[in-house]
Design a protein. Structure first.
Length: 556
């Protein structure tokens, strides 16, 4: 039976059928098949077809955790111990086929279950971004111990140089290991793993960091370290290596992988002094200048998000952006919206539209411009004066055409949100769309703006009534082409019970006026507090793990 299963798994046609069979097998058949596959793992893992069968087997094994058809535990533990005793981990993680098997094994022992779409589409994008599968199940303690033993073996290989973070096949395994150790709460091993990547004798090694930054594989591992490291190691990396190199890395001078590392660095900032030092080092004019690209724009975006998250350096961050785009003087505020949307390419709202087009269409904009403007709209009003003051010029343009452009539509949604920096300007912006809702409502992009306008009109009964009358003229088309907007706006109630609906709107307006501070209060502070609390708890756990004498001995 075992030999037959291995032959089928290594066959091009047979392996596909076996992959499907694994997920549909009953308990006895699955247990027998899993035992045979694990016994032959070393033979199958390096086979281009057998490796896919093993991956599917580990996914199916994790799917059955916690169910009446619980998977076998002993064969998995025995197989991991055998690989450790025979010192085969180094060969497995550096082989192009078996490295995928090791990753599937790590996910399974962590209880992470890949969705059926995990290898394509959003699942693949999430994996590339370093996100672990959303579904996670409890694993038996024997499997948790097995996971720790596997992690310890891989860390030992990395520390002794048998496996390198610069290896193209080992790199994804190490990235995954760091994230799994973090999410599973194995903080002692996580501390050892991070130190094995970037430190020598318990100190951050600049030469190691240089090697990692210059390599595609190594830079991704360093990204994972920045993401998973505790406050102490992150602080050392920031101070000893990144702080003086932020601008060069962001512009890709030192390495083409530098911008992505700086983005992760911004995500990991924990304290206001770190953020303020980073903002003073970053060259915003270069990052937003004509020679910049999408990677540099995301760097700026990440630092703005860090300022919001830490509720620190808000004025400093926005001033850097406005200065880079020439918006520091009040006489230039009227150019704020077009300059931010186009990142300095145009100065007037009219210039945002294509020339010579029969109908007004928006010209192609850099993706970073609308993203940066949308984040700035979440800042306190006093820190984004060019945006709040420059809104009046924006209202003179053809807003309907702008609302049909996907990127600008997201900006308008943010501008109309209760926590927007525009404050009372939200209502002015909403009123400027009067007469446009019959165009926006049925449109697949404009419909989202239409829904945001409807929500923004709460408390202004005449405006909401005008919006309702507009949408009723295209109700049949709206219900057919954009049912979500029709439902949000409650047009069925407007049409059937006009008088009662009007009274409800007046009551809603009075309630909104009474509790405006609560209903429209900024949610950014609450988000920042929750994130800070969660990160502080994680740092405390890592700090306690580092106090363990055995861990200190390993790190030294």
């Amino acid at each position: 039976m075992k030999d037959r299963a291995l032959l089928v798994a290594a066959d091009q046609k047979g392996s596909k059928s076996l992959e499907r069979l694994i997920h549909r097998a009953g308990q006895e058949a699955f247990d027998a098949l899993m035992t045979d596959l694990l016994a032959g793992l070393t033979e199958l893992a390096s086979n281009q077809y057998g490796s896919h069968v093993l991956e599917s087997a580990f996914v199916a094994w994790a799917e059955r955790l916690g169910s009446p058809t619980a998977p076998p535990v002993d064969p998995m533990v025995a197989m991991c111990m055998k690989l450790e005793e025979e010192r085969q981990w180094a060969g497995l993680v550096t082989d192009p086929c078996s490295a995928h098997v090791v990753r599937a094994l790590l996910l399974a022992t962590g209880g992470f279950v890949n969705s059926k779409e995990g290898k394509t589409g959003r699942g693949q994008e999430a994996a590339r971004a370093g996100l672990l599968p959303a579904t996670r199940k409890e694993v038996p303690e024997a499997i948790a111990d097995c996971r720790r033993r596997v992690g310890a073996s891989l860390i030992k290989l990395l520390r002794h140089g048998d496996v390198s973070a610069l290896n193209a096949h080992a790199s994804p395994v190490l990235q995954l290991l760091l994230r799994i150790l973090r999410d599973c709460g194995d903080h002692s091993l996580l501390t050892e793993a991070c130190a094995a990547v970037v430190a020598e004798a318990a100190n951050v090694s600049v030469s190691k960091c240089e090697e990692l930054v210059g390599s595609a594989a190594g830079s991704r591992v360093l990204e994972a370290v920045l993401e998973a490291a505790g406050a102490q190691l992150y602080g050392e990396l920031f101070t000893r290596y990144f702080r003086s190199r932020i601008s060069d890395l962001a512009m890709g001078v030192q390495s083409s992988f530098g911008p992505f590392l700086v983005q992760k660095l911004a995500d990991g900032l924990r304290a206001a002094p770190q953020l303020q030092l980073a903002l003073s080092e970053l060259d915003f004019e270069s990052c937003l200048g004509p020679q910049s690209g999408p990677s540099q724009h995301v760097v700026v975006l990440k630092f703005l998000e860090a300022a919001l998250r830490l509720r620190a350096g808000l004025k400093q961050a926005t001033s850097c952006v406005f200065r880079a785009l020439g918006l520091q003087a009040s006489a230039q505020y009227h150019q704020a919206w077009p300059r931010l949307l186009s990142l300095g390419a145009v100065d007037t709202v009219d210039s945002l539209y294509k020339e010579g087009a029969e109908t007004q269409k928006v010209q192609r904009l850099p993706a970073g411009g609308p993203l940066i403007l949308a984040v700035l709209l979440r800042f306190p009003p006093e820190t984004v004066a060019p945006i709040t003051s420059g809104l009046s010029k924006m209202l003179n343009g053809s807003l309907a055409a702008l609302a049909l452009e996907p990127r600008i539509a997201r900006v308008l949604e943010t501008a109309l949100a209760p926590s927007s920096a525009l404050g009372t300007g939200r209502l002015k912006l909403a009123k400027a769309f009067k007469g446009s809702l019959k165009t926006l409502g049925p449109h697949p992009v404009g419909g989202w703006v239409c829904a945001a306008l409807w929500r923004a009109s709460l408390g202004d009964t005449p405006l909401r009534t005008a919006f309702a009358e507009e949408l009723l003229t295209v109700e049949d088309r709206l219900r057919k082409e954009n049912f979500a907007v029709w439902k949000v706006c409650g047009l069925h109630q407007v049409k059937q019970r006009t008088e009662q609906w009007t009274q409800q709107q007046r009551k809603a307006g009075k309630i909104h006026a009474l509790f405006e501070d609560i209903l429209d209060g900024s949610s950014e502070a609450a988000k920042a507090a929750a994130t800070t609390k969660a990160r502080a708890q994680e740092d405390d756990k890592i700090a306690k793990a580092q106090e363990d004498p055995f861990v200190q001995m390993l790190l030294s």
